[in-house]
Design a protein around this ligand. Structure first.
Ligand code: IMP
Ligand code: MG
Length: 186
């Protein structure tokens, strides 16, 4: 779905498909270089559901062999605020011991979910754990998350598209856009 089809529901486009595509290819090239000497294939771990688009595009732009796994988590908290208390809804299938892991995320907001996830995955005996996030909201970071690969710093606004949803809608929007306030019911 293109932003032009739902113009009235969006305030502005934050990232175009070209920007997303170019940046993903740059990050993939960095990952190719950084893990060229890795003895086992790199394990990409995406957090469902938002990171699915990033995972699909990043994995295809990477030239070295990778494996995929997925995890679903839910953070307890009121409404849209993350509390940092996380429950695993779907755990990984693959054993992490001795593996080079890259967590693939859509957006780093408060950082609470991701900092919990890094600790959790590190406790499973991997060789390394790094983070790739497509977007980061700099104003919103409460917990310092060491993300090695960052796509874009974006303004502190609620965005949708490229996997990100509002009430499960807009995930298939090709661009990243700010949702118009009237959509929130405000
Ligand atoms: P946090 O970093 O623990 O606050 O949680 C980040 C998660 O909140 C992301 O993985 C998204 O699922 C969701 N999120 C944060 N900001 C946005 C946004 O602007 N639009 C849609 N989802 C968001
Ligand atoms: Mg997410």
């Amino acid at each position: 779905m293109d932003a032009s089809a739902i113009e009235g529901e969006l305030t502005s486009i934050v990232l175009t498909t070209e920007q997303l595509d170019t940046r993903i290819k740059e990050i993939a090239a960095e990952i190719d270089r950084d893990y060229a000497k890795s003895d086992k294939s790199v394990l990409l771990v995406a957090v469902l559901k938002g990171a699915v688009m990033v995972m699909a595009d990043l994995a295809r732009a990477i030239s070295i062999p990778v494996e995929f796994d997925f995890m679903a988590v839910s953070s307890y908290g009121s409404g849209t605020k993350s509390s940092g208390v996380v429950r695993i809804i779907k755990d990984l299938d693959i054993d992490l011991s001795g593996r080079d892991v890259i967590i693939v995320e859509d957006i780093l907001d408060s950082g609470l979910t991701l900092s919990w996830l890094i600790k959790n995955l590190k406790s499973r005996g991997p060789k390394s754990v790094e983070v790739m996030t497509m977007m980061r909201k700099p104003d919103a970071i409460k917990v310092e998350v060491p993300a090695k690969y960052i796509g874009f710093d974006i303004p502190n606004e609620f965005v949708v598209g490229f996997g990100l949803d509002y009430a499960e809608k807009y995930r298939n929007l090709r661009e990243v856009a700010i949702l118009a306030p009237h959509i929130y019911g405000g």
